[in-house]
Design a protein. Sequence first.
Length: 289
Amino acid sequence: MKFAYLIMAHDNEQQLRLLLEALDHKENDIYLHLDKKSELKWMTFETQRACLNVYCKFSVYWGDISQTKCQIFLLNEATKSYHDYYHLISGHDFPIKAHEEILAFFKKNAGKQFIHFESKDYCMKETCRYYHVFAPLLSRCHDGYLKNIICLIEKIILDFQRNNDVKRELFCGANWYSITHDLAQEFCSKRNEVLKRVRWTISSDEYVLQTFFKSIATGKYVLFAETKEPNDYYSTAREIDWYRGTPYVWRSEDFDYLMKSDRMYARKFDLSVDSEILKQIGKVIGREN
């Protein structure tokens, strides 16, 4: 199988190098975006076996449309060549299984889509159903006085929508995914349509693929698993803990738990919190010779 890893990174050079080393296999193509406003853009990254493509196109702001556009850009670049699966991860993610085990897992589940969906009730909350016109400005504004004015205008607009029962149907979930070539191609071909639908949302990157899948896609795609309960990321083959953090940062004491997990990847890791856990995992998952 052939994989494309789409990585968005903005900090922690050493940790990013460890991630690239863990993914450095001939079956992998890596599409790495370095945040235009971060110090990483001045650094050189290399791989020995994987084909590494590095971009520095966007200044990415959390919860902003720039994050969504960056993800779609990486996916569009990757679909120019055929890959069996496209895995969106961040610089704070890490594989927790050996490369051969990951290949075998996706081969066994070939054709299935690994996408997380929140419940219908969750998607009806105000951050989902209403238009947040000034959300992009809030994520970029550093002037306290101006931010207060923007918040006041935003409140007036939201009150108008509440009083007039304004709502739109969007679907949301975790932005991290593993999807097949057919789905990735169809999504990219209709990216402008779906971007219009999720415009003026907060964290549109958590709506764009889910809304496309439920509202626009042809319906021929099969999910690996349905999301059964809140904060369950089995459907993405990722180990993520939102109960103990936002999300929780895995530590050395979690090593045994992660090794027993049936997921392929985990997030979040941070060397400044625990510098040993990735070394422990690296020893177990090994490398190709």
